[in-house]
Design a binder for this molecule. Structure first.
Ligand SMILES: C[S@@+](CC[C@H](N)C(=O)[O-])C[C@H]1O[C@@H](n2cnc3c(N)ncnc32)[C@H](O)[C@@H]1O
Length: 361
């Protein structure tokens, strides 16, 4: 007979705490929805317009809300202040925090961090929330695509999504641009010289609209930059005379250069696809002795990263629900580099949840 595991009965104090934690876990989505509501109402921009701090009645006026909604706004603001989205400076007075700073619209913000409102709107959209609600059904079905694909019949960021759901596709693409372009100036500042000094050419593989490539050329004018992306992306980018744009498929050919950059692309893809993409990148660069390298900038899951770790894990489950990709820890990255045929790699820098790698042919 199988022996039953001894169940340790929690103490009353532990059970009370557990009940509060259970409420918290079940109701986390209220924070996401309150956060979305604050973005849609434009609360960060309104606080900024009021001088950086705002009393609730002034906020109600600035947002043109019915005065009777003040007590409800108070409750939303109290929750969001507890979550760090705003800070309460005094009774009923709120100010911006670094998070709400990223949510200012139409205001020149911190270097390299474009407004992230589209990221919030996309991540909390009906399409994503419904895909997450379908997780249980998806687990029980023997299907290959993501819960998003299973539910909506199209893959996120796929060309067919643009045809089937043009409005939400536009929101997702805005979000992608804002998310990816955020923080690159910090990379340039922290390790730009190590990565790009002395390079004569670079291909940004999956380089989108070329924002990253243009920033590299501005900081390192000797680097001739090429951006490779899908035809439907490249066809919409106006020629700028700074960067060379190539429409193509990174699974087939990556334009040759001394170095290839792959920034925030691989976490959308399965391990097998990452190996195929990286093998093409490796083919595009010369040997290590001739200065060839592939620079990968992507999220690195790191259990010692404290507060950031939960965000890394949430991003990982988001990749599972929305795409066929995943977030990887350092050993996962090492394994992929090895399978793609690289002789070695280094982590040049860890910046928040992101890691900057150099992989050598
Ligand atoms: C998450 S975005 C990253 C954009 C950019 N690297 C950045 O950091 O700003 C992924 C990019 O890969 C591009 N992409 C997807 N499939 C591709 C393919 N088969 N060949 C080339 N680019 C592709 C997408 O169009 C998109 O621009």
């Amino acid at each position: 007979m199988a022996t039953q595991a001894q169940l340790t009965v929690p103490t009353d104090a532990e059970l009370l705490q557990a009940q509060a934690d259970l409420w918290r876990h079940s109701l986390y989505y209220m924070t996401s929805m309150a956060f979305q509501c604050a973005v849609k109402l434009g609360i960060p921009t309104a606080i900024h317009g009021l001088g950086g701090t705002a009393a609730l009645p002034d906020l109600v006026t600035a947002l043109s809300l019915p005065p009777a909604k003040l007590p409800y706004l108070r409750r939303i603001m109290r929750l969001l202040a507890t979550s760090g989205v705003f800070a309460a400076t005094d009774v009923e007075v709120y100010r911006l925090t670094p998070i709400s700073y990223l949510l200012l619209d139409g205001v020149a913000v911190v270097d390299g961090h474009p407004s992230q409102t589209s990221v919030v709107l996309a991540a909390t959209s009906r399409h994503c929330v419904e895909a997450a609600l379908g997780l249980t059904d998806w687990f029980r079905k023997d299907v290959a695509g993501s819960p998003f694909e299973d539910l909506h019949g199209v893959a996120l960021f796929d060309g067919s999504m643009a045809e089937a759901e043009p409005e939400i596709d536009a929101v997702f693409n805005e979000a992608l641009k804002a998310h990816d372009n955020s923080g690159f100036l910090a990379v340039l500042q922290e390790c730009g010289r190590t990565l790009f000094q002395g390079l004569d050419s670079l291909t940004d593989c999956g380089g989108g609209n070329g924002t990253t490539a243009r920033a590299i050329v501005e900081a390192f004018p000797q680097v001739k930059c090429t951006v490779l992306d899908l035809p439907r992306v490249i066809d919409n980018v106006p020629a700028d005379g700074v960067v060379n744009y190539v429409a193509g498929d990174m699974f087939s050919l990556v334009p040759p250069a001394q170095a290839v950059l792959v920034k925030l692309v691989l976490h959308h893809w399965s391990d097998e696809d990452c190996v195929k993409i990286l093998a093409q990148c490796k083919k595009a660069v010369p040997s290590r002795e001739e200065g060839g390298k592939v620079i990968v900038i992507d999220i690195v899951v790191d259990s010692s990263s404290g507060h950031t770790h939960e965000a890394e894990l949430l991003m990982d489950v988001a990749m599972m629900v929305l795409t066929n990709g995943r977030q990887r820890d350092e050993s996962d990255w090492g394994e992929i580099f090895t399978k793609a045929g690289f002789s070695g790699y280094t982590i040049v820098k860890k910046l928040g949840a992101r890691g900057v790698f150099e992989a050598y042919p």
